[in-house]
Design a protein around this ligand. Sequence first.
Ligand code: AKG
Ligand code: FE2
Length: 315
Amino acid sequence: MAPQRRGAPKAPEGNRAADRRRPSSTKSVRAPRDVWKKWLRVAVLGACTTFVALLLWGSLGGDDSITEVLAHRSEVLPGRFIEVPCSEDYDSHRRFEGCSPRKCGRGVSDAIITRDEARRIRSIAEKGLSLGGSDGGASILDLHSGALSVGKHFVNLYRYFGDKIQTIFSEEDFQLYRDLRQKVQLAIAQAFGISASLLHLTKPTFFSRINSTAARTAHDEYWHAHVDKVTYGSFDYTSLLYLSDYLDDFGGGRFVFMEEGANKTVEPRAGRVSFFTSGSENLHRVEKVHWGTRYAITIAFTCDPDHGIADPTFT
Ligand SMILES: O=C(O)CCC(=O)C(=O)O
Ligand SMILES: [Fe+2]
């Protein structure tokens, strides 16, 4: 027993002796591992801090190139709507109560126009644009005025062809335009909570065909950021109906809503309608097309009856 009692206090001594012996051996084995673990902890912490900082930087507007995709090419959207505060642009124009934007925003839908309707209206665009075409990368055909890009200029298709225009476009072509315009008008009215009967089609309303050919005149420079209400004056609500598929038919050419912090991109898809209030709350641009051909049609509405136009027809 005594040895046990004596032994007990001795044990620490024995341990101390062992501890005294250990340092030389454990220091050489454990120290590098501890140091390594410490550095690993520092590295992980550093990486996390950098990641959080980058996220914050992005959300505070540090980098204009950060982009969120509002509508992917492969998605089939029943409808997506994002409200944004209205700019003051509408205050400097005559207001039409119940129509002039009080609720502003942007929407994208693949459920308004079918892929088959898009294919049919695209063949009208191909037919008309095959009669001309810009020397640069961007050609337009304005169905209302008849303006068609040819070389570095425009010709009036209706004047140029006269009655023969009926051998190019048929009554069904114009009927299809009217049907699509009507569907888009109803969708816009519903999204913004206004009466469709207060919206009037306005000019210009045009097909666009864009490819990667270098620009020859300012008319070919479609990629500049702009505000439709400034560019076109009468627009209150803009819509774009896409007639080709991003990455299948062309590369580049995405539509970009420009916003501090994170731009919002719409990837074109045949039959996809993108619509938005036309003021500077929806500053936008189109990326340059890098390959292939991109078709779209612009259909816009005004609240001012004086700026309304009739649906395009043989003129
Ligand atoms: O084609 C597009 O996606 C946009 C065209 C545009 O911004 C415009 O016509 O004002
Ligand atoms: Fe625009």
